[in-house]
Design a protein around this ligand. Structure first.
Ligand SMILES: [Zn+2]
Length: 286
């Protein structure tokens, strides 16, 4: 029976000076980069004041978020500063039943990946991946990025169904099958009927445009190269130009930009325009 998390924390805190010294003198690059990903982040949320033209004047602003914020909070709310602690969720999860318990092997992979050390299960002679183009590295970077049949598709579909469940549970009309296509067979993952209210009436005689459907497209991305023949495996995909430090949201921004370019205009151009929003998640804290 492994020691409980409480017992481990107590043991670590009892010998904290030892760990403080270790952390201050750490030289393992990957561990330092993972640590940088997990530090609290401060994000400035754009307000409608920052938009030119403002959302009331032009309902065709390419992003739907300011409209949604405006409908909730009319007027000129100031920009907000949001603080995000990537590993903060750890203090909130708890199991409700015995079946809720994560298996030990899953914790082990998660824990080692977050720290930036080799995954015990993968230590030993390198194995060929079933895609036949790469070997499975000790840190799991290839496994996290391999597109070969399907682990990736299964994870994607699982996340989409959970996302739809959460949206449906608060009363939205949501579907994940037969999504309205953007073009040909290409389409987003989640469709929410009548979601986006474009503006709030200024008085009772104001005629509101009908609410728009919102389509989300979900992408799971990884912050390191795992199937590139050009870049070294395990290297970060996005670093700050000035000092080479990890860019925490670099991979998310890149994938969101790509999806917006691909889908947003196609969906707006439909006879009944549809709003589009990418949803991107990366593996640094999953
Ligand atoms: Zn592979």
């Amino acid at each position: 029976m492994p020691p409980s998390q409480h017992a481990l924390s107590k043991q670590v805190m009892k010998n904290w000076d030892f760990w403080k010294h270790k952390i201050a003198n750490a030289t393992n690059n990957r561990m330092l980069e993972q640590w940088a990903f997990h530090k609290p982040q401060i994000i400035r949320a754009t307000s409608t004041q920052d938009l030119d033209p403002p959302p009331l004047a032009a309902n065709d602003h390419p992003s739907v978020l300011p409209h949604e914020m405006y409908a909730l909070e009319p007027g000129d709310p100031p920009s907000r500063t949001l603080t995000w602690k990537p590993l903060g969720f750890l203090s909130h999860i708890k199991r409700r039943t015995n079946d809720d318990r994560f298996p030990l092997s899953l914790w082990e992979v998660w824990f080692c990946t977050q720290l930036g050390v080799s995954i015990p299960e993968l230590i030993g002679p390198l194995r060929q991946c079933s895609c036949n183009a790469f070997q499975i590295d000790l840190f799991g970077d290839h496994s996290q990025t391999c597109q070969h049949k399907t682990a990736a598709t299964q994870v994607h579909d699982w996340a989409v169904s959970r996302l739809a469940g959460i949206l449906g549970s608060v009363g939205h009309r949501v579907k994940i099958n037969k999504i309205t296509p953007a073009t040909g067979k290409e389409r987003g993952d989640v469709e929410i009927r009548d979601y986006v209210v474009l503006q709030k009436p200024r008085d009772v005689t104001d005629c509101l445009p009908p609410p728009r459907t919102l389509i989300l497209d979900f992408t799971l991305t990884h912050t390191r190269f795992g199937r590139s023949l050009v870049h070294s495996l395990g290297q970060l995909t996005h670093k700050r130009r000035s000092d080479g430090a990890p860019e925490p949201d670099g991979a998310l921004r890149a994938v969101a930009r790509k999806k917006i370019i691909h889908y947003r205009q196609l969906y707006i151009n439909r006879p009944e325009p549809i709003a589009f929003m990418p949803v991107a998640v990366d593996t640094t804290c999953l």
